[in-house]
Design a protein around this ligand. Structure first.
Ligand SMILES: Cc1cc2nc3c(=O)[nH]c(=O)nc-3n(C[C@H](O)[C@H](O)[C@H](O)COP(=O)(O)OP(=O)(O)OC[C@H]3O[C@@H](n4cnc5c(N)ncnc54)[C@H](O)[C@@H]3O)c2cc1C
Length: 372
């Protein structure tokens, strides 16, 4: 089997790259798990928060907006985004914590200061004594992650791409001027490798002999609990707290909450630690009117970062035809449309799509060479 583009990892990053690259040549996606989406992609908070992250990440988030709002015909059956809104709350003494967020407001980034009374109207589960000011972002949306992921996988197949699951890539080499990949009991050949292995991307880089990007997977925990009785949370915005990493959002009539932990860890099937859950429950009960009687569900996932917390998208400096698509951190779902297009254009033409360049992103901002 020989392909133009051999993509390792069928999470959202690999799936978006497969969809875009399949317009230019033969594509195969190789996935270790029995189904795509088992790791980070299936464990996110599913939020489109265009003002989240550093300057380059925010530009990538915003560059993905057009695809989310108007996906190509036949890509999905329902809208990919639904309005949610995000309220960032300041507790007494922490009002200045809203300033960095409010400073980001600009054309297309609606971030408005709201009174404590308005914040309580929007989010009746807040404790009045714990809110003195707040900022509201209308442009924050819920992402239908499954529809986005399936849309990419289905679209890639329609364009002739193949998806092979339950095959873990174990070794890579270039014996005759092309890549030869051993994955479980199969051998696959390809011209270009795209390393979209999420938390495992560092290991795949090592197998290929590529320059290290010093990728660090970080565990993040989440739980689902019941809201306070008589509070309908469906129309409530997501809630961040200035000066705290913890956050919560409505999730199908319940509350999803996370302590915003980021514990460095080895790549693995991440599980929640009891202590992180206990800290989260304590925080939730102090900051909101939620009283946790039962945890309906808890999970953990990995957000993988390089030192500057910006994704790594580009050819390796030393190993020929080895392309990095890694380090998506806590933004990989919302950046996927922009990064999928960036991957295809960088591989096929050597430059970023015009709209990304016009939006102020340079190839060197994403290149692995910046980390050397
Ligand atoms: C709690 C939490 C909340 C988050 N919230 C958000 C959010 O609200 N919005 C947002 O945009 N992002 C969010 N994220 C981040 C987002 O989930 C990730 O950035 C994104 O899913 C990364 O996708 P990926 O495809 O790169 O990685 P993954 O989904 O992990 O996919 C990588 C794939 O590679 C496969 N693989 C690894 N090694 C091999 C191998 N040797 N051979 C074959 N296959 C291999 C794995 O099995 C895996 O399926 C959140 C993450 C967490 C954990």
């Amino acid at each position: 089997m020989k392909y133009d583009y051999l993509i390792i990892g069928a999470g959202i990053s690999g799936a978006a790259a497969a969809y875009e690259l399949a317009q230019f040549g033969s594509v195969v996606l190789i996935e270790a798990e029995t189904a795509p989406g088992y790791h980070s992609t299936g464990r996110s908070a599913a939020l489109y928060t265009p003002n989240f992250g550093g300057a380059i990440v925010r530009r990538l988030n915003q560059a993905s907006g057009a695809f989310f709002k108007e996906p190509p015909a036949g890509f999905c059956e329902h809208p990919l985004l639904t309005p949610r809104g995000l309220l960032t709350v300041a507790a007494p003494g922490n009002e200045d914590g809203l300033t960095p967020l409010l400073n980001l407001a600009g054309t297309g980034d609606e971030i408005e200061k709201v009174t404590a009374a308005r914040a309580l109207e929007l989010a009746p589960l807040l404790r009045p004594e714990r809110v003195t000011a707040a900022a509201y972002e209308r442009g924050v949306m819920d992402i239908d992650v499954a529809a986005l992921h399936q849309g990419y996988l289905r679209g890639a197949k329609r364009r002739g791409g193949e998806v092979i699951c339950s095959k873990r890539v174990e070794s890579l080499g270039r014996p005759n001027g092309q890549w030869r990949v051993v994955a479980g009991d199969i051998v696959v050949n390809g011209r270009v490798i795209v390393n979209a292995a999420g938390a495992w991307a560092g290991q795949i880089g090592e197998m290929a002999g590529a320059t290290s990007i010093a990728l660090v997977p970080k565990r993040r925990t989440a739980i689902i609990v019941d809201p306070p009785s008589a509070v309908n949370v469906d129309a409530m915005p997501a809630i961040d707290y200035a000066g705290s990493d913890a956050y919560l959002k409505p999730d199908a009539g319940k509350i999803m909450a996370s302590p915003g932990d980021q514990t460095p860890t080895e790549p693995q099937d991440a599980r929640p630690e009891e202590l992180d859950v206990a800290v989260l429950v304590d925080w939730l009960e102090r900051e909101t009117r939620v009283s946790v009687r039962r945890i309906a569900h808890s999970w953990a996932g990995l957000r993988s970062f390089v030192a500057d917390e910006t994704p790594v998208v580009g050819f390796d400096d030393t190993v020929l035809d080895f392309f990095w698509l890694a380090g998506q951190g806590g933004y990989g779902i919302m950046m996927a449309p922009a990064l999928g297009r960036a991957t295809a254009d960088l591989i096929v033409s050597g430059s970023l799509p015009a709209d990304l360049r016009e939006g102020g992103i340079d190839e060197s901002d994403l290149s692995p060479a910046r980390l050397a």
